[in-house]
Design a protein around this ligand. Structure first.
Ligand code: AMP
Length: 196
């Protein structure tokens, strides 16, 4: 299996680049944000809980988020060539839980693709996405809260994965195809072609 995390601030292009990685490496995509938005759309109990956190730009509590991911892996990951995790982990406890969830399935995390984009560009991209898609948390007030949460709770994962030699640093500004080429060459360098 090839298991990758796509890591970066909100608006760094995780969704866009994961689509390209999936196409080329045949991986299964799990976006925790999309899983939660689907629950909100379907008005499930979980959706109602998630809505409160998402509209405030806050993270869903770790225990809840980890058990959701465990369920999704159980339902979706069996027999797949590998998984690309988009938007998970977002905290150190989530990173530790991911190691456990993969270990109990006889596999591991191979690399973390870190998309690095200047803050001004992140805000511009999210405001544009909000206009295009109507995504409710892409408004300036919530964007600022999400960026604070990223700096306080998520960005420490960069060093966590650097210390494990799993972090692939990517300049996430500029042309989407150029960024993808850089990602693919760094994945191949780190884990072989990965297309086994
Ligand atoms: P995203 O689509 O990844 O930007 O996620 C949208 C929102 O869903 C985030 O701002 C959080 O409120 C929530 N969310 C998504 N993934 C996680 C996670 N791994 N842990 C906690 N909250 C999450």
């Amino acid at each position: 299996m090839l298991n990758l995390v796509l890591f970066g601030a909100p608006g760094s292009g995780k969704g866009t680049q994961s689509a390209k990685i999936i196409d080329n490496y045949g991986l299964h995509h799990i976006s925790t944000g999309e899983v939660l938005r689907e629950h909100i759309k379907n008005e499930t109990d979980l959706g109602k809980t998630a809505q409160k956190y998402i509209s405030e730009g806050q993270l869903i509590p770790d225990d809840l988020m980890i058990s959701i991911l465990d369920d999704v892996l159980e339902k979706e990951a069996k027999g797949k060539k590998g998984v690309i995790f988009d938007g998970f982990p977002r905290t150190i406890p989530q990173a530790k839980a991911l190691d456990e969830l993969l270990k109990k399935r006889g596999t591991e995390l191979h690399a973390v693709v870190g998309l690095e984009v200047p803050e001004e560009e992140l805000v511009e991209r999210m405001l544009a996405r909000g206009k295009e898609t109507g995504r409710a948390d892409d408004n300036l007030e919530t964007i600022k809260k999400r960026l604070d949460v990223y700096h306080n709770q998520t960005s420490p994962l960069r060093d966590h994965y650097k210390n494990q030699n799993k972090y692939l640093q990517i300049n996430g500004s500029g042309n989407v195809d150029d960024i993808y080429r850089d990602i693919a060459s760094k994945i191949d360098e780190a884990v072989g072609s990965g297309k086994t």
